[in-house]
Write a protein of this length. Structure first.
Length: 269
């Protein structure tokens, strides 16, 4: 949300942006502020249908007013908070994922003037960025949840474990390319859960750097150093260095021994 608000301000030129997540089906809680002068809007609960943001939630489409206080097109339950921040022209854009509103992004001016199509288009683009990030997060969460269930099934056979390992490798390769820090950390945490599913009680005192785990993940998938370098965006010599360091820490003398030791330590599935 914080990144989306910064993108909204840069894209629209609006000095103030704020937003919140939908709680339940009918209420948005304002949780992030950018460019505000007070804390009047923080924590504000906006009910669907009420005010500008509530109207955007109810209609599932962007809404804007030239002068919030005098507008006849919205209800005025939140005039106090809006006036305390000194806002006049305001737009609200819902983030809709799979036909359900998940967030609302607001942009505002402290003067009363029309917000043109260019401003509205830039705000919609920022909302779509959030939408895509949420779609990716939902897909990753669903896949990881299913894979963890599969991995812990007593009857899980080699084919199921191979699916888990392929997913682990794909997620580790994707994580460095994810720009959202929170989503990147969530991906890496999911990788950790997949890895420990195979070793519920990992061996103590074994710790590898993230890139060392990335390299071992590729090695476990049968990739050469050259292919590993290509996948991770590294030089082959750098891959060799990470691999040597991992082998030393794991007490392994070969690539295969390193993979086996990493699985026993709960670092790979």
């Amino acid at each position: 949300m914080r990144s989306a608000l910064l993108r909204l301000r840069r894209g629209t030129g609006l000095p103030v942006a704020f937003g919140g997540l939908l709680e339940g089906q009918r209420q948005v809680r304002i949780g992030e502020l950018s460019g505000t002068a007070t804390r009047a809007l923080r924590g504000l609960a906006v009910t669907a249908g009420n005010g500008l943001g509530g109207k955007a939630v109810a209609l599932s489409r962007p809404c804007a007013v030239t002068d919030y206080h005098d507008s006849r097109h919205i209800s005025h339950e939140y005039d106090g908070a809006v006036a305390a921040e000194g806002l006049r022209s305001v737009l609200a854009v819902p983030v809709v994922v799979r036909r359900r509103v998940r967030d609302v992004l607001y942009g505002a001016l402290r003067t009363a003037q029309p917000l043109g199509d260019r401003t509205l288009s830039a705000a919609v683009a920022a909302a779509r960025d959030v939408e895509q990030a949420l779609v990716v997060r939902d897909v990753v969460r669903d896949e990881v949840r299913q894979l963890l269930v599969t991995a812990r099934e007593p009857v899980a056979g080699p084919a199921a474990w191979e699916q888990v390992r392929e997913a682990h490798s794909a997620l580790r390769g994707l994580a460095p390319r994810v720009l959202d820090p929170a989503l990147r950390e969530e991906l890496l945490a999911a990788c950790g859960r997949l890895a420990t599913a195979a070793a519920p009680v990992p061996e103590p005192d074994v710790s590898l750097a993230p890139r060392e785990v990335d390299v071992l993940t590729c090695v476990a998938g049968g990739l050469t150093n050259a292919k590993t370098a290509e996948r991770l965006g590294l030089r082959p010599e750098t891959v060799k260095g990470y691999l040597r360091a991992a082998m030393r820490k794991l007490g392994a003398h070969t690539r295969l021994e390193a993979v086996v030791a990493a699985r026993r330590a709960g670092l790979l599935p």
